[in-house]
Design a protein around this ligand. Structure first.
Ligand SMILES: [Zn+2]
Length: 335
């Protein structure tokens, strides 16, 4: 693995290469940006670069002992703290902090990577993580990763150097998956278009899974149709693992509707889902901009609630009922 094997994020690559060459690294970084765009993969390349025995201008060598162990995620000096079933367990946090303070085994730096930092409760951050970020063990680098920077405490933010990551360009995703999966030009382009700048979506599509947007449409049509709401239960269960991606695509679709309402169809090319223009036009004429905007905010809140472990079925049901009620109370717009 080296920088060229990571999709996109060119500015961030140059930044870390420069930091490495000048040895001007911070103790703590915060990687923020949307989910599924490769922030954790990037953090592991930073860990490799700082531990590599033969670093190059393109990042780590990928073949020395340190690189190989980090690739296999078995390097004793590179630690990953991830949530389990959407929760960060306090025993995992304690173990992570304890191991971060141990003597280095093979590496030049101990690197501690924390995924989904937003899932820490405030108390946990104050008791454990904040203290470690404030006084990190010598020769260690901590990388906190989050897709919801607004959920983090200002005291934590102020102690980290923040690195923002953006959604990936369609062209970058196309190039990347074409190489990885040996796809035709057209197929790679289709997938890149559907992925909405998110590499995780692109992988899922390349592996033959149904596009999340089609699942989003199923959910949307069900809610806005005449169907019995409570019979959505099995669908919720079946799609539990991907519900955030499905909702996120629905949110983008609603944003398209709102955009279309504002530009009044003058430049359809700027729509994210231009291939679903017919649907967008139909929904744009049925929904008022006010309702569309409220639904977008409601989906954002729903995503947050689901990530903070509120009861899955109840939270979704609450959202679905809210949308139904809102539509029923605005018949002039909807019917
Ligand atoms: Zn190496």
């Amino acid at each position: 693995m080296s920088w060229s094997e990571i999709c996109g994020h060119e500015f961030q690559k140059q930044f870390f290469q420069r930091v490495f060459q000048n040895q001007t690294q911070s103790h703590s970084y915060l990687f923020s940006g949307p989910e599924g765009i490769g922030k954790t993969t990037f953090a592991f390349e930073v860990a490799r670069l700082f531990n590599c025995e033969h670093p190059t201008r393109d990042g780590s060598c990928g073949s020395c002992q340190n690189c190989r162990l980090i690739n296999a995620r078995t390097h004793p000096d590179v630690l990953l703290l991830s949530p389990r079933e959407n929760k960060i367990l306090i025993e995992d946090v304690r173990d992570f902090i304890f191991r971060l303070g141990l003597q280095r085994v093979y590496g030049k730096f101990r690197v501690g990577i924390v995924e989904s930092t937003e899932l820490f409760s405030k108390e946990e951050i104050q008791n454990c993580l904040l203290k470690t970020v404030e006084e990190p063990p010598e020769k260690s680098i901590i990388i906190l990763i989050t897709s919801q920077v607004q959920a983090l405490l200002p005291t934590l933010l102020s102690r980290c150097q923040r690195i923002n990551f953006q959604l990936l360009h369609q062209e970058k995703i196309k190039e990347f998956i074409q190489k990885k999966y040996t796809l035709s030009d057209q197929k790679a382009l289709n997938i890149a278009e559907h992925s909405l700048g998110c590499l995780r979506n692109a992988f899922s599509l390349a592996e033959g899974n149904q596009p999340f947007i089609e699942k989003s449409f199923f959910l949307w049509d069900w809610i806005t149709g005449e169907n019995e709401i409570f019979s959505l239960g099995p669908w919720f269960t079946e799609n539990k693992d991907n519900i955030i991606e499905i909702l996120s695509q629905l949110e983008w679709y609603l944003r398209d509707i709102m955009l279309f309402q504002f530009i009044a169809g003058k430049s359809e090319r700027i729509l994210t889902f231009s291939r679903y223009k017919k649907r967008v036009i139909e929904d744009a004429s049925r929904l008022s901009p006010g309702i569309t905007s409220r639904f977008i905010l409601a989906i954002e809140q729903l995503e947050k609630d689901l990530k903070s472990n509120l009861h899955y079925d109840t939270t979704l049901l609450h959202f679905v009922l809210m949308v139904r009620e809102e539509l029923n109370s605005a018949p002039r717009c909807w019917n």
